[in-house]
Design a protein around this ligand. Structure first.
Ligand code: FAD
Length: 743
């Protein structure tokens, strides 16, 4: 409900994993501190907003998913604004700002945001504040924080302009109609009040410290003179709201202290998760507003112990047995690569095409769930049912019990299957934890980590090592949050997607996939290192039945468990529908997975239809060592022998080069091998209408391959870089340059 007297604006979000939603909620919550009131809605709640009539500024926060697609809850909106029947002045009245979220590791960075932005402008809408493009690959907050900081001024200026436009318009209308209504005066028209005092509404938190500047502020030191920012001492949580109001000029470039490339400040490098150095340890801090608590949790004792295992939404999932598990890499190799075969014969709906991937639903680790229970002091309540309800008096805009929180499940189930307990705590979460931290030095450090001044420390000690809330709580022992806070801040436990590494034609009723067990190094908040959640879990599951030789058949005594999976069809990452079209595949390491499916399918098609014309096929494969990590070696070589694979180009990045010549000419990575075959590859692509597929690591390999492709096209066309980039963009649009990559 709009507050009487406060100017309003609208916040609309489209969110896939909840990040855009939480930013939108954050903006709506902060609005009050800036003397504004926000109407918050999801883009699919079109009964809650009406852009056709909206006269207040509108702020869009939209993420991008899959291959540049809108999040599901923005699909309808995007389709709606795309309608060709809309006139170019359809949104002439609309004044908006847009924050696009994306990940530069993937193609079509921020595509959904960009599309909405340009379409709104085509329809006459005016932008009141520059669009922000936040990159999850480097840390959303690097752009999001300054963007929000400048937004408030933008909104005020927009309101001011809209009000004066309206006044002018009214004046014109009134004059035009020669005022035949005697009592109407322009001054009676209610305009949004604009006399908002920044000082009054946005008081920054000053948490100054008097301490010897030569010393860090270790959390164990309770003697440090950190200002107490508890609600009691700071006159209520609203006083803690603190984003200082921007000057009006919006800079969304990366601040120096926050970039890895430019180097974090010296102080940040010398500090640790739990301690800081000057100048941060001595700074006044701008900490974010305290997110209003919005959930109540009640425990209910139940008579029977719950046996529920597996995720809740069982109707869309299939529990399938693992029928085979093979270690593909040699024991001494740095990475452990495993192949898992699933028996999907009982579920014809799981029939897949090469190029499809599917989700594996894994639980949180038992030991970590136990640690959470102990840390929250709830170990004796693990079998109690948890009832989560909305706080009656919450100030949170659009508060709802998160959709991933089921009712009538045990606490154990909730922590095991519903919450991503390893997720990296956002700054809002750190801010909320401050309220439950007894020790002054620990409070101060948490405030630093979520403050504007502590952004580099947050990146270095929390975001980059992917610290989980459990690891954070271990480092801040006086912090004792309630369960409700974890439910408010932890996202849904996400399933992990894997690419199908087989073809149904070759293996009817079976689905193969391949993965590396992800290993995390130790760091200051995690002394022992660790394993990826899903890959570590799968490894433990299959270890008892693991076989080593690639062609080994499972022994009869093998009893492998079942896993929950769901299909994720991919409509574009498919072999060309016309078999005569040549194609090139680039898939180092486990990135070879979908291409095994492509080639098995092609081999079966050739067998069934020997007369048909089949285009050339190329595979560029790479790994560390020929002997230790060459996945599917025998199968790939047999594809070459059968003629299914026309060219197999392999390289080994860590194998010793035996002689001087090899040192200079042997390709190390797939992109080097591509360069060696520049002419053939570009000929297939540019003259023979061929397709180019890349699968695997998004962070390094896919980017390097992309750069190499640009270089190759440039050489081949004798053009400049821009021209080559355009050509590659066209190939992408024509769905002839396709990526299936993951970070
Ligand atoms: P998680 O616990 O989720 O960790 C995942 C990532 O978080 C790490 O890779 C790392 O980037 C980061 N991280 C977490 N903690 C740390 C830390 N302490 N230090 C540094 N970084 C950290 N993978 C395959 O192996 N084979 C496939 O065929 C495959 N296909 C995919 C298809 C698609 C469409 C997508 C989107 C992904 C695919 N993936 C594939 C990736 C896969 O889904 C998982 O992300 C991967 O297996 C890791 O899952 P995990 O739960 O073990 O790791």
């Amino acid at each position: 409900m709009p507050c009487e007297g406060k100017p309003r604006f609208v916040v609309l979000y489209g969110s896939q994993k909840g990040q855009a939603q939480s930013i939108a909620e954050w903006i709506a919550e902060e609005a009050e501190q800036h003397g504004l009131v926000a109407d918050l809605s999801c883009l699919n709640q079109n009964e809650k907003f009406n852009l056709e009539k909206e006269r207040a500024p509108v702020v869009f926060i939209v993420s991008t998913t899959g291959e540049g697609e809108p999040p599901e809850n923005a699909l309808r909106f995007v389709r709606g604004i795309r309608k060709k029947t809309l006139s170019p002045d359809h949104y002439k009245h609309l004044c908006y700002a847009l924050l696009a979220l994306g990940d530069t590791n993937y193609a079509d960075f921020c595509n959904c945001g960009k599309k909405i932005d340009s379409r709104l402008q085509e329809l006459g809408a005016r932008q009141f504040y520059p669009t922000g493009y936040a990159d999850d690959g480097t840390g959303l907050e690097v752009v999001v924080d300054p963007w929000i900081e400048g937004l408030w001024n933008g909104i005020r200026e927009a309101l001011s302009k809209m009000a004066s436009d309206r006044t002018a318009h009214l004046k014109e209308t009134v004059e035009d109609s020669i005022l035949d209504i005697p009592n109407l005066s322009i001054l009676d028209v209610h305009l949004n009040p604009l006399s908002i005092s920044d000082q009054q509404n946005c008081e920054p938190v000053i948490a100054s410290v008097n301490m010897d500047s030569k010393h860090a502020s270790p959390v164990s030191s309770s003697a440090s003179a950190v200002s107490d920012l508890s609600p009691a001492s700071s006159a209520g949580s609203t006083r803690l709201a603190s984003q200082s109001v921007g000057t009006g000029s919006v800079s969304i470039s990366v601040p120096k202290a926050q970039t890895k490339d430019d180097g974090v400040s010296h102080a940040a490098l010398a500090a640790s998760l739990t301690s800081s150095l000057p100048p941060l340890s001595e700074s006044s801090l701008n900490v974010p507003a305290l997110p209003p608590p919005y959930l109540d949790v009640i425990f209910q004792e139940v008579d029977t112990e719950e046996q529920s295992i597996g995720p809740l939404n069982k109707e869309s999932l299939y529990q399938v047995p693992i029928s085979k598990a093979v270690q593909l890499s040699r024991g001494d190799s740095v990475k452990t690569a495993l192949l898992v075969e699933l028996d999907i014969s009982a579920y014809p709906v799981m029939d897949y095409q090469p190029g499809d991937s599917f989700n594996v639903f894994c639980p949180n680790r038992e030991a970590e769930v136990d640690s959470v229970l102990h840390r929250l002091g709830l170990q004796d309540k693990e079998n109690h049912h948890v009832h989560v309800t909305l706080k009656k008096d919450t100030n949170k805009k659009g508060a709802q019990v998160p959709s991933h929180i089921p009712q009538n499940v045990s606490l154990l189930f909730l922590l095991t299957w519903c919450l991503e307990i390893r997720s990296v705590p956002k700054k809002a979460f750190l801010r909320a934890l401050v309220e439950y931290t007894a020790d002054c030095a620990q409070r101060r450090r948490l405030q630093e980590l979520c403050s504007k001044q502590g952004a580099a420390d947050y990146n270095l000690h929390v975001r980059e090592p992917s610290l989980s809330v459990l690891e954070l709580l271990a480092a801040f022992p006086s912090c004792s949050p309630p369960l409700s806070l974890l439910i408010e801040h932890l996202p849904r436990l996400q399933p992990r997607p894997y690419s199908a590494a087989s073809s149904c034609l070759r293996h009817p009723g079976k689905l193969h996939f391949v993965f590396n067990v992800v290993e995390f190094p130790a760091c200051s908040g995690r002394p022992a290192g660790g394993r990826g959640l899903c890959t570590g879990w799968l490894f433990d599951l299959i270890k008892p039945g693991l076989v080593f030789p690639v062609k080994a058949e499972p022994t009869s005594s093998l009893a492998l468990p079942k896993v929950h999976v769901s299909l994720r069809p991919n409509c574009s990452f498919r072999p060309p529908s016309d078999p005569s079209v040549p194609f090139i595949m680039v898939g180092p390491g486990t990135g070879v997975a979908p291409f095994i499916g492509f080639l098995q399918q092609r081999e079966e098609e050739r067998r069934k239809n020997p007369e048909a014309s089949f285009g050339e096929t190329w595979l560029f494969y790479g790994c560390r060592h020929r002997d230790g990590d060459y996945l599917f070696r025998e199968e790939l070589e047999s594809f070459v022998i059968s003629g299914t694979l026309s060219h197999l180009k392999v390289c080994f990045s860590r194998d010793e080069r035996k002689d001087e010549e090899a040192v200079t000419s042997a390709p190390r990575y797939v992109q080097h091998n591509l360069l060696l075959h520049c002419q053939q590859v570009t000929d297939l692509l540019l003259r023979q209408n061929g397709c180019f597929y890349v699968c695997g690591d998004a962070k390094n390999m896919a980017k390097d391959v992309n750069e190499t492709l640009i270089e190759m096209i440039q050489t081949e066309l004798q053009s400049d870089k821009l021209e080559a980039m355009k050509r590659l963009a066209t190939l992408r649009e024509e769905k002839r340059y396709l990526q299936d990559i993951w970070a």
